[in-house]
Write a new protein. Structure first.
Length: 560
């Protein structure tokens, strides 16, 4: 009997202890942990969906879409609510063309309350999954950036990533204008995960549209010409800039090799740079207009001033020769530019002096950023006067020992084309409904000197090194350039060159400035042979497309 009583008391004690423990646990949960569990319960039934707001579109100057938003649907899941991960994964993977094992792995991880199943999927395919009514799957509409013209102007426009933030080009540079203002919506869900009420909502706002100065037809044709030129001369790369010298607007900014902006994750980074703004090169003889313009502006010479010039000239410890062997000749300033005489240009530079030459190089904008509205612009490399050696007065005037960007050179030639007035080059014409503010400008040359230089550059094309740039019906003013590339081990390469041509048409009243650079052509190296024909092809198309009338109709008879 006593044993039975002990057992009864033991059972009662156990129950009493369990009751006290449960009471204390309940008090702890309701009193101390109530807030945490309340938030957990709310989290299971309340969800906030963020709408980032649509990204503004990018248009060319004629209204053609270069970058737009495309509607997609993102599929997400709460693995804790997925009853059959294997079957669900099989359906989702089959419809959306995903790896079923990877999807099943994500859906089976019940330690997580949220996983992405597929970002920015095809809404038509997602509709099939929605009809299955699977508890635990959720769907939200998302915008995906799309580039309708694919490769055209890809390095200029750039691209936006999965989260619709700009990562490159103008997509990055104009992120604050293009990106929308996010909104949100807080919803209450039933136990199956379906939304039954909206308790709070803030509207999203669309980003601003941007209109560029780029013309898609001019851009596409320039890219096509560069591709053909690369193939013809087995070159490494090429760039072209088409500039309106009267506005500073860039009509084309082409870089080859190009890439499809929609495929940016798998494209080599080296192809994605806008080399016309971010990369430098030694310009060679196209740089000679700085020296010639300077001596004319300073009143030291006229186009008809003549000099007796030997084939080679000694400058400090260097001997610099003309590109082609010749005897001692008497050449005018006009002929020095037309025949691209190194000796003649150095003679003019010595007449000008190191200090004034350095000042004119800076005045034309070399060594300074142009301020173009594109991220990542470099200022180039110009040695300051204090670091000039004895031979610098011989190398700099002919475009060696200096590194510039294509857009700097285009702007400099735009100054000559625009009667001596430098205009800041730009790519953006309008943001939203607002027009572009006044373009920054500064006078570098008098109208008279600019027209003298322009006339001299006509002779380059008529009888000098740029004859391959001639266009029937139009006068062309321009300059060729051929420059050996610096060798990483020191000195200059004997096999790697940059061939270039910069010109303006019609020369009597320029409407276009066109620059072409060809990097490391293999079959030939001269700017007049490699780059001038590319200029001619680009200019010929642009003049017809823009319906610019001929200024030399008498030469139309030279058409084949």
């Amino acid at each position: 009997m006593k044993l039975a009583n002990r057992r009864i008391r033991l059972v009662l004690a156990v129950f009493a202890f369990a009751f006290v423990a449960m009471f204390l646990r309940a008090a702890w949960i309701q009193g101390v942990q109530a807030g945490n569990y309340e938030r957990l319960a709310a989290g299971q039934h309340r969800a906030t969906i963020v709408d980032p707001g649509g990204r503004g579109a990018i248009f060319d100057r004629t209204g053609v879409q270069l970058a737009i938003g495309r509607q997609t649907t993102t599929v997400y899941a709460n693995p804790r609510q997925i009853r059959d991960p294997e079957a669900t994964a099989a359906l989702v993977a089959r419809v959306l063309k995903l790896d079923p094992q990877q999807v099943q792995l994500e859906l089976s991880d019940r330690s997580r309350g949220f996983v992405y199943v597929a970002r920015k999927a095809d809404p038509k395919r997602v509709k099939i999954i929605k009809k299955a009514g699977i508890v635990g799957l959720g769907f939200v509409n998302e915008e995906q950036r799309f580039y309708p013209l694919k490769q055209v102007a890809a390095q200029v426009v750039g691209y936006a990533g999965t989260d619709n933030h700009g990562l490159s080009g103008l997509e990055l540079g104009l992120e604050d204008k293009l990106s929308g203002k996010p909104g949100s919506e807080t919803v209450i869900r039933d136990p199956s995960g379906q939304a039954i009420d909206v308790v709070n909502s803030t509207a999203a706002h669309q980003g601003q549209n941007v209109t560029l100065t780029i013309d898609d037809r001019i851009q596409a044709q320039a890219e096509s010409v560069l591709r053909r030129t690369i193939d013809q001369w087995h070159a490494k790369a090429a760039t072209a800039v088409v500039l309106d010298p009267h506005t500073g607007g860039v009509l084309a900014m082409a870089v080859e090799h190009g890439y499809d902006a929609n495929q940016f994750p798998i494209v080599p980074k080296d192809w994605q740079r806008n080399r016309t703004v971010t990369d430098t090169y030694e310009p060679g003889s196209t740089f000679k207009i700085v020296t010639v313009s300077a001596v004319l502006a300073e009143g030291l010479v006229t186009p008809r001033t003549a000099f007796t010039l030997p084939y080679e000239i000694h400058v400090a410890d260097r001997v610099i020769k003309d590109a082609h062997p010749r005897g001692t000749e008497r050449l005018t300033v006009d002929q020095i530019l037309s025949y691209s005489s190194n000796v003649g240009t150095i003679t003019l530079a010595e007449k000008l002096g190191a200090a004034r030459l350095s000042e004119w190089i800076s005045r034309f904008g070399f060594g300074h950023k142009t301020g173009i509205d594109f991220p990542g612009e470099t200022r180039g490399i110009v040695p300051p006067l204090a670091r000039w050696s004895g031979s610098t007065i011989g190398t700099l005037p002919i475009g060696h020992g200096i590194a510039i960007t294509p857009v700097q050179m285009a702007a400099a030639y735009g100054t000559v084309a625009n009667d001596g007035l430098w205009l800041q080059p730009h790519l953006v014409d309008r943001i939203g409904s607002k027009g572009r503010p006044t373009v920054v400008s500064r006078r570098i040359l008098t109208r008279r000197v600019a027209r003298q230089v322009r006339k001299m550059m006509e002779d380059v094309v008529i009888e000098g090194t740029g004859q391959e740039a001639q266009l029937p019906g139009y006068t062309v003013a321009g300059k060729t350039g051929t420059a050996a590339k610096p060798d990483p081990s020191g000195g200059y390469s004997n096999t790697k060159y940059v061939a270039s041509f910069v010109g303006m048409v019609p020369a009597t009243d320029p409407r276009l400035v066109i620059l072409v650079t060809i990097d490391e052509p293999a079959a030939a190296i001269w700017g007049g042979v490699v780059a001038a024909p590319a200029f001619q092809q680009i200019a010929g198309f642009d003049l017809q497309y823009l319906e610019i009338p001929p200024d030399a109709p008498e030469t139309l008879a030279s058409l084949p």
